[in-house]
Design a protein around this ligand. Sequence first.
Ligand code: PAF
Length: 294
Amino acid sequence: MNILVIGPGAIGSLWAVKLQQDGHRVSVIARQTKSPYQVQFGEQPCSFRNHQIEDIRNADLILITVKAWQISSALSPLIHLIHPDTMLVLMHNGMGSLTSIGTLLQTHPVILATTTHGAFKPSPSRLIHTGQGETFIGAANEKGCQCQFLTDVLHHALPEVYWHHQIEHALWRKLAVNCVINPLTALHQCANGDLATPEFQGIISALITEITAVMIAENIPVSLEELTDHIHQVITATAKNHSSMHQDVFHQRKTEIDFITGHLIRTAGRHGIPVPENEALYQQIKALEKQWES
Ligand code: PAF
């Protein structure tokens, strides 16, 4: 297949490398317009065509791995070049980004994805696969429902990949993980595993209680006990990781808080559910972002 990866950060580069190694023609749109885009993966130097108009026009599949808040600005200048049959896969932390791609939702097959693979770029040209994970994909619109075959294509390149008939369920589970781990590790500038220490247990259980109430109101099948276990498992499995928000705050970059805790707060508001603990973390992260802006 002709595959274009927009935003080859750590996760985008991992997919680009794995899909290329699996025999697909993979090109990228990287932040640097300098062609080609090169990344060292273990012993393997990998090179991709970058910013080529014909790669946008000819793409069968576009994997969009920019941050949620960058989707609109990354896609707007390219929209007129993308063929209506080209499948668009959105893979990022957080929820609520679909509103920013409104028109594409009507014309293209759109698929949402969430992954637990760990990837890290210690420098712009080096990529490390830090943890095996699994990926769920599912349709975001009518045309997307016809793209179930994509599961096999992606699974062959980077297993495990599953098709989810209600991708919202998988996205909410990931959102719950991100609502707990990301702001706490960002504010305390600690590794994910540090959240297993006793001092964090009170705040973590308060956050999970609020999140569970919102998820139940959204008809997501979940229980407080099961979600608590799941989040603690992720903390253990990713103990050495520095979460994406930890890294954003460390580098004084805009975070994904509006699409993570922000999405939870907006949904809670619609249901009239109070979420004061999540609200407090949201405000603290926003206060940090304001400091850098000014
Ligand atoms: O955003 C992240 O860093 C990841 O989604 C997760 C699961 C919290 C692991 O670090």
